[in-house]
Design a protein around this ligand. Structure first.
Ligand code: ATP
Ligand code: HMH
Length: 267
């Protein structure tokens, strides 16, 4: 019997449903992958910003991981918000036992500009977790933090992707250009080749949770056995539709629409 595609997200929450665990599970479900989640921090946030954060005790993060890992097999998992070195340590120890694909979204700052991880976590993320990853998906500011280099142009993005693989040890890096002016271009470097994924930039403020949704879609496609470049291309199509048809709800930056890829408009 063919294995059931299943994926796990290890991340923080968003009660307004656009980012974090909620975005990940909606995306897994939409892409017909059985979704599971381990919560690292409960974040009181909405489309306007972050109001409060409560970190889950490390022993509870470990126990959640044990509960899932001892029971249900999965082909791929992703990490999102890991707020501090203690949480990262708890996660690193458990995931080092896994032999499945690891997609790391190096979440640092929200679309609204709120910081989600402590300053002293950045080195841990880069030096301990990043080398364990099959793929890391930084946006331009995150790639600057990881490499220590200024990233302004598409040449800088490609250079950063290569550096993240060769110098910092990820198997592959996808540097995302959602923060560029005219084009939404992402570069994937897999250790051998540079792949380019480009679409026109959609003029919208509703981009809450784009990074979470994109990396969750990549994780779902990988859990189904897609190659890395096919998974990224499929996920790029998924996130582009989700941004194009994003929801104009909330008082800030509205959420993306995970069912837009079905090509049925909801409004
Ligand atoms: N306005 C836009 N139009 C089209 N594509 C976009 C737009 N903004 C972002 N993207 C694309 O969405 C994906 C997510 O990229 P982005 O760089 O926004 O992630 P992020 O900054 O990590 O997200 P988040 O805001 O959730 O932290 C990328 O493929 C990027 O190119
Ligand atoms: C929990 C969480 N993770 C990631 C992001 C980044 O969009 C967010 N806003 N919230």
């Amino acid at each position: 019997m063919k294995p059931i595609p299943a994926a796990l997200t290890i991340a923080g929450t968003d009660p307004s449903g656009g980012a974090g665990i909620q975005a990940d599970l909606k995306t897994f479900q939409e892409l017909k992958t059985y979704g599971m989640s381990v919560i690292t921090s409960v974040v009181a946030q909405n489309t306007t910003g972050v109001q409060d954060v409560h970190h889950i005790p490390e022993h509870m993060i470990e126990q959640q991981l044990k509960s899932v890992m001892s029971d249900i097999p999965f082909q791929a998992f992703k990490t999102g918000m890991l707020a501090n070195p203690g949480i990262m340590d708890a996660v690193a120890e458990k995931i080092s036992e896994l032999n499945v694909l690891y997609i790391m979204d190096p979440v640092m700052v929200t679309t609204s500009g709120d910081t989600l991880i402590s300053e002293d976590s950045r080195d841990y993320l880069r030096d301990i977790l990043l080398p364990m990853s099959t793929l890391v998906t930084p946006n331009m500011p995150e790639a600057e933090v990881i490499t220590g280099e200024k990233i302004d142009t598409s040449e800088d993005m490609q250079q950063a992707a290569k550096q993240i693989v060769h110098e910092f040890g990820a198997d592959a890096a996808l540097v995302k250009g959602g923060h560029l002016q005219d084009e939404a271009v992402d570069f994937l470097y897999d250790g051998k080749m540079m792949h380019t994924f480009s679409t026109e930039r959609i003029n919208t403020k509703n981009t809450h949770g784009t990074g979470c949704t994109y990396s969750a879609a990549i994780t779902a496609y990988l859990s189904q056995g897609c190659t890395l470049s096919d998974a990224v291309q499929n996920a790029k199509d998924f996130i582009t539709a989700a941004i194009r048809d994003s929801f104009p709800i909330g008082n800030g930056s509205g959420p993306t629409n995970q069912w837009a890829h079905r090509a049925e408009r909801v409004n």
